[in-house]
Design a protein around this ligand. Structure first.
Ligand code: 1Q0
Length: 215
């Protein structure tokens, strides 16, 4: 019982973690960023095993970042800004092709960062959709506009198949566990600017350091 309670997804929790992500001077706290993704993965898992290959990859990336957060250099991984500085200053990032650092914090976070764009686009569509809107179409459109360009054909194909089995809009809102659709829509309206700002801050940082195409 307690276990399934723990697994229960809460939109409020996503909202809260993304709110905590940004420091006063607009640095992104890695711990909260990772916690936000953890919560999202819970949601993904509740949609069923078709999404297993996606959640597995997300969990893998979360684990890599958690290892840095808990590791001996944890003080360098407090914010995404400090992580970027530390890894670049110490030559811990494969910049042009995969080599000695296939699991750098920078390249791992970049994958989640790109997925955050998908999330932003998808949630915005969901928020503004009408009752008969199709979640599978909203999801696919958001994906094609963002993540898809970074994925090879086979991943795009598998993702496209998974989107087809997304629950209908009304069920989707039920799984969101945030009250009636109007209430969930209102919460999305509050959460989106936060997600969007975290995305934007990270995007600018990565662009400044030429990190947007890390292999
Ligand atoms: C609701 C439906 C969820 C659909 C998720 C869309 C994303 C599709 C991504 C497909 C990823 C396929 C698995 C492998 C990809 C990797 O090759 C790729 C690159 O990594 P690498 O190491 O090979 O260079 N990895 C990624 O691009 C990272 C993908 C992470 C996706 C994380 C998705 C987590 C989803 C959360 C559910 C969100 C629910 C929305 C509603 C919540 C309301 C706040």
């Amino acid at each position: 019982m307690a276990d399934s309670e723990e697994q229960k997804f809460s939109l409020q929790e996503v909202f809260d973690t993304f709110k905590l992500c940004l420091s006063e001077n607009k640095e992104v706290y890695l711990q909260h960023y990772v916690d936000g993704w953890r919560e999202l993965v819970k949601f993904l898992n509740s949609l069923g095993s078709v999404f297993g290959f996606i959640s597995k990859d997300a969990v893998n990336k979360i684990k890599i970042l958690v290892a840095y957060l808990d590791g001996e250099n944890s003080s360098q991984y407090v914010t995404v800004q400090s992580m970027v500085k530390y890894e670049l200053d110490n030559g811990l990032v494969d910049l042009t092709k995969r080599g000695n650092y296939p699991e750098s914090g920078c390249r791992t976070l970049l994958r989640l960062h790109r997925a955050l764009k998908w999330l932003e686009l998808f949630l915005e569509r969901l928020r503004t959709s009408s009752e008969d809107g199709k979640t599978s179409v909203m999801c696919a459109d958001a994906y094609n506009e963002s993540l898809a360009q970074h994925h090879p054909w086979v991943v795009r194909k598998a993702a496209g198949m998974a989107f087809c089995v997304l629950p209908a809009r009304v069920t989707f809102f039920e799984v969101l566990n945030a009250g009636p659709p109007e209430q969930a829509v209102a919460m999305l309206g509050e959460a989106l600017p936060l997600i969007s700002e975290v995305y934007q801050v990270t995007e600018v940082l990565y662009a400044q350091h030429n990190l947007l195409d890390l292999p």
